[in-house]
Design a protein around this ligand. Structure first.
Ligand code: ZN
Length: 268
């Protein structure tokens, strides 16, 4: 039971009795302009959370690296998937590090990227080099970091701006695409919205009773989310899916947003 008049943490859904952490609705690391107020930009403000709940979202700090990785993986000259010649069961993704600028040692560790060029400057490392290392799926891991950060921010926008009560069950669908060419003017199609920063915008619309659609643009990445709070099954996912060819949806189901950091996303 929550105690009336005490703030509620949007990440775990429980009352905050002690210190309140004021979490930025749009994460600070996504914004380059001077915060909080600048002409022509929307300031999304903060939302209450417990300090430990907010700290759980440490991997949010990897958003920039995730974006660099996703952008790099889009470039066919930057990556090469290869079966290892000495071990056909070994599939290796080689990346050209010049095309992934600014990744730190911590970023590499977090995403399981190993710099083999120091030990094996002239060629492909032998199969032994890969043994005992964690298998990764770089596209999926980077995408899931982006989904979690953007879903958390979208959830905060729904609560602070659209009076959505903090639910006891979350079901969020997510997909993404790259819009390098800016072909599709979302302001024109979905409605005008004020940016949080250059190329940083969210379009939020009710899709059905207790179902919300959020389109979140961060740079060239466009993430489409469906927040499904309906108690009966809806066909919103099918409807959105039919308008987006070839977009794979992923789903998060949890009792609170903290579960994003515990079990995260899976293919829908
Ligand atoms: Zn909490």
């Amino acid at each position: 039971m929550n105690t009336p008049n005490l703030p509620i943490c949007y990440l775990c859904g429980l009352t905050i009795c002690g210190k309140v952490s004021r979490d930025h609705v749009v994460p600070k690391q996504m914004i380059k302009r001077a915060q909080p107020r600048a002409r022509g930009y929307d300031y999304a403000d903060t939302i209450d959370s417990h300090v430990p709940c907010n700290n759980l979202f440490g991997p949010e700090g990897y958003l920039r690296a995730a974006m660099t990785i996703l952008a790099g993986l889009e470039d066919s000259e930057a990556v090469l998937y290869k079966q290892h010649v000495n071990d056909p069961n070994l599939r290796v993704l080689f990346i050209n590090k010049d095309k992934f600028p600014g990744l730190t040692e911590l970023d590499l560790q977090f995403f399981g990227i190993v710099d083999a060029s120091r030990e094996h400057p002239t060629g492909v490392p032998p199969p032994d080099f890969f043994r005992g290392r964690k298998k990764t799926n770089l596209v999926r891991d980077a995408m899931y970091v982006a989904f979690s950060v953007i879903a958390k921010s979208s959830a905060a926008l729904l609560i602070t701006r659209h009076q959505v009560p903090i639910p006891t069950q979350w079901k969020i669908y997510a997909t993404a695409y790259w819009d390098h060419a800016d072909i599709f003017d979302l302001d024109e199609h979905v409605g005008e919205t004020i940016p949080f920063d250059d190329q940083l915008k969210a379009w939020i619309q009710p899709a059905k009773a207790n179902v919300w659609q959020v389109i979140y643009r961060y740079g060239y990445l466009v993430v489409i989310l469906i927040f499904d709070f309906a108690t009966v099954k809806t066909d919103v996912l099918e409807q959105v899916r039919s308008t987006l060819n070839d977009c794979e949806f992923h789903v998060f189901v949890g009792g609170c947003l903290n579960d994003l950091m515990r079990h995260g996303w899976q293919p829908a």
